[in-house]
Write a protein that binds this ligand. Structure first.
Ligand code: BMA
Length: 837
């Protein structure tokens, strides 16, 4: 029987140069272990990052005793498997070299009975992995190939260490415009040893075809698909001719078949489909392949798979070409954000539960898609398992971003290995929507700098991203689409940033300095990136900066801002919308409100445009951080939600309404991303700052499925109305269902009345419900406390005399008393200087 065991314990990490030797567990990395052993100070504190280059400039060795039994040595094969080595290393066994590794994104395997048979001994063997510095290697490669492959011309400062493009290692770790320069080293994923006897099951590849019911035509029935055919191919080595059984088990279905000609076919009538959480249930079936020797299972692969028909629809239309996903026949608007690695030190983040937490955050903010961005990693299995289970789609970049790639043959070979490993690892996941060649490299070729500096790299771009990766996806995962770059219109450098076809990144707001209103002038078929920065909350700032550093331009705050002049930009935008309060804490809050307003402005516009599929996705940049920093994230490194995350929860609601104002009118739009139609009542009232109602209305509306529509157009009279506060809400059978607020002018133009906020709290089923009341219109009401918790809402607005309840779940229930003691509610009135208008 085949047998696997993890090599987790009894490793020693050492660095002779610095006289360090530490016992460690695997997976782990050098930075993580040095921190655990208190050999270095927290790299995230102050500017400690700057004094740690010795760590990544040094060589590091991991060694362990590998105990082999007689059965291991008598096996047909004995595989030593590293699921991830970061990055450049020699792997030695009993002093003999097994091989050199040079790609963090690969799974490395060594057949010990082949390569080292003579040196293996029963009992204790010595395994040693000697890592060399990735940064030194990056510099050496740059010299060797004579090209510094970077994003910007040389007079512009790059946040990324030199040579990164040559090394197949997570790019962000060399530094990014939101990430520190802390390239880690180590055994970052599991190591195992597998004994193989007789047969070897290697991988499964399944492919689905679906037949739709007639009822499907023209609307979206509950069960659109009447039959799914699932063809499973099995890759194995079976010299002993044993029987392989493939079984599929799911709701109302359980069949087991014998593998013939390496293939079986299941026909599932009335399948229970896999849906994103907002369209239905994410049903998973269990697919199992088992080799039997008599009654005994000798090898096995188990996968959870969903039955679903997911297509990328690119139809010609009046604007150009559509770009959207259709899930089981339903056109899906992708609501979500871009995802970066959870930590600068990835295994540490995984151990801290950051995958579970951040994915829950994405779901809490009503997202149905995450984009795994190309400057990080092909994520952990856990990430995709969670997305499968929860019904969250994944847009998957290959790991290339923002800089030209090398063009020597060994680099291509490395990419082929990496891409094949990851396609084969991930292709059974239902959540996986699309493979994408790279982040922003096709767009990079728009710049003169690329053309002048790297003319000979253009052909290699086309080879890598429009030939090699595309044919690998075609060969290894034929049911899934490949898209050459993000953004792109389909490739060949043809207008990658077109508004009329493909996906787009829109950075005129923020990088381009344009006002938020520029979002409304920009159309896109699928907005896969746009973003706006803010500071993390005070508790997070206190984790890296002393009180004396609490100002936008102190050295420490500037070190925790990696986008050139980013803090200046935050302030500049804030000044356009608000008066700047004196207290740093209020400034930080205001930076978050500015960010939230910006993202809401964009998303509302693109969601209004789902009509006729004009725009079918809005993924903002970025949901998470890998360290505590001022950035575009909506959730900070410690998991604290910024104002934007609460706004996102609202502007990503599957059914909602939003308001679009101009000088003389305001439109209220309804959006329904679900597949059922809804009858809802819209109520709105336009007030002045005292709460006096200037105008109001009420209307029953039908929200057609998968559509957006103008619900109400209000023409504004001159005077107060044009500077009103518009409150709007949706009601389902007399119950409030959605509420929103729009200031018709920039907030700085309002002289708010004191809303005299009062609140009372009550404990209910393990969480705390706080009811807050306003005596005058209260804009962006926000609660905070010394104790952390996630609220059902925050940064919401209240009408005069309105009462509203939020439920708050504390991270640690035991801290309830201190939470309540330090709980405070404020609104914009409290954080705007009084004499500002
Ligand atoms: C995007 C990303 C990242 C970057 C972000 C903010 O275009 O692809 O490379 O961090 O912009 O500048």
């Amino acid at each position: 029987m085949n047998h696997k065991r993890a090599l987790k314990q009894n490793w020693i990490l050492s660095c002779p140069e610095h006289n360090i030797s530490l016992p460690v567990e695997i997976p782990s990395t050098v930075f993580e272990s040095l921190l655990d052993a208190s050999i270095i100070e927290d790299p995230f504190y102050g500017d400690n990052e700057k004094s740690l280059s010795w760590v990544y400039e040094s060589q590091w060795n991991y060694s362990s005793e590998l105990v082999l039994e007689k059965e291991d040595l008598d096996a047909d094969e004995l595989i030593l498997r590293f699921h991830g080595l970061d990055t450049l290393a020699a792997v030695n066994l009993n002093g003999k070299i097994l091989g050199q590794v040079d790609n963090m994104h690969r799974c490395w395997e060594f057949n010990l009975l082949k390569e080292t048979k003579d040196t293996l001994v029963p009992g204790t063997n010595t395994l040693e992995i000697e890592f060399r510095s990735s940064t030194a290697a990056g510099r050496a490669e740059t010299r060797r190939y004579g090209r510094n492959l970077r994003e910007f011309p040389f007079f512009m400062k790059s946040p990324t260490l030199r040579g990164a493009s040559y090394i197949r290692k997570a790019l962000y770790s060399f530094g990014w415009d939101w990430g520190p320069q802390l390239p880690d080293t180590g055994i970052w994923r599991e190591v195992e040893i597998e004994r193989i006897q007789g047969v070897k099951l290697i991988n499964l590849q399944s492919c689905q075809t679906h037949s739709y019911t007639d009822a499907h035509k023209g609307h979206y029935p509950d069960h659109p698909i009447e039959k799914t055919e699932l063809r499973v191919r099995c890759e194995s080595e079976n010299p002993s001719g044993l029987e392989c059984h493939i079984s599929l088990d799911g709701p109302g279905f359980n069949e087991k078949k014998i593998l013939k000609d390496n293939e079986v076919l299941f026909e599932i009538n009335n399948p229970s489909l896999w849906w994103t959480w907002d369209l239905g249930e994410a049903v998973l079936y269990e697919l199992k392949a088992e080799y039997y020797k008599g009654e005994q299972v000798v090898d096995q692969i188990v996968q959870k798979i969903g039955l679903r028909d997911l297509k990328l629809i690119r139809d010609k239309d009046r604007w150009g070409e559509t770009f959207y996903f259709s899930l089981n026949g339903v056109p899906l608007f992708a609501r979500g954000s871009n995802w970066i690695p959870v930590d600068s030190f990835i295994p540490r983040g995984k151990k801290a539960g950051l995958y579970e937490k951040r994915i829950q955050d994405a779901l809490d903010a009503n997202m149905n898609m995450l984009r795994v961005w190309g400057g990080g990693i092909y994520e952990e299995n856990l990430f995709y398992d969670l997305c499968d289970e929860k019904g969250l789609l994944v847009w998957q970049d290959f790991m290339f971003a923002c800089m030209p790639t090398p063009k020597h043959p060994a680099f291509y070979d490395s990419v082929i290995g990496e891409a094949s490993d990851n396609i084969r690892r991930l292709r059974h996941h239902s959540c996986l929507a699309l493979w994408v060649g790279n982040n922003e490299i096709e767009g990079g070729w728009k710049s003169l700098f690329y053309w002048l500096r790297f003319p000979r790299y253009k052909k290699s771009y086309l080879y890598l991203f429009e030939d090699l990766l595309s044919s690998l996806v075609q060969e290894l995962d034929s049911g899934r689409e490949y898209w050459p770059s993000s953004p792109s219109s389909g490739g060949s450098f043809k207008n990658p940033e077109s508004e009329n076809s493909g996906d787009s990144h829109f950075w005129s707001v923020w990088h381009g300095g344009k006002p938020f209103s520029a979002y409304r002038e920009h159309y896109s078929r699928f907005m896969s990136e746009f973003g706006f920065e803010s500071f993390p909350g005070m508790k997070t700032i206190s984790s890296f900066a002393k009180e004396s550093d609490w100002s936008f331009h102190s050295n420490i705050m500037e070190n925790h801002q990696k986008n050139v002049a980013g803090n200046k930009k935050i302030l500049k935008y804030m000044k356009k919308r608000f008066s700047i309060p004196a207290s740093f804490e209020d400034q930080v809050t205001l930076s978050q409100i500015t960010q939230a307003e910006a993202m809401e402005y964009g998303v509302d516009h693109w969601r209004r445009n789902r009509q006729d599929y004009r725009c079918m996705g809005a993924l903002y940049w970025q949901i998470n951080d890998c360290w505590p920093v001022a950035s575009w994230s909506s959730v900070d490194y410690y998991g604290r939600w910024k104002a934007l995350h609460y706004f996102a929860k609202r502007f990503n609601s599957p059914i909602y309404c939003n308001a679009s104002e101009s000088d003389s009118s305001v439109e209220i739009w309804g959006v329904n991303d679900r597949r059922q139609s809804e009858e809802l009542t819209l109520e709105w009232s336009l007030c002045d700052v005292s709460g006096k109602v200037l105008r109001q209305g009420k209307k029953d509306c039908i929200f057609h499925p998968a559509d957006s529509a103008l619900l109400e157009q209000i023409d504004l009279e001159n005077g107060d109305e044009r500077q009103g506060i518009l409150f709007y809400s949706l009601w389902r059978e007399d119950k409030p269902f959605y509420r929103g607020m729009k200031l018709l002018k920039a907030p700085v133009k309002y002289h708010f009345n004191d809303p005299g906020l009062s609140w009372k709290s009550e404990e209910k089923g393990g969480s705390i419900t706080v009811t807050v009341k306003a005596e005058a219109p209260a804009v962006y009401v926000h609660w905070r406390s010394d104790i952390d918790g996630n609220g059902s809402d925050n940064y919401f607005s209240l009408m005069k005399d309105e009462e509203y309840s939020v439920e708050i779940k504390l991270w640690n229930k035991a801290e309830k008393e201190l939470f309540l003691k330090t709980l405070i509610f404020n609104s914009l009135y409290d954080i705007q200087p009084r004499d500002s208008v």
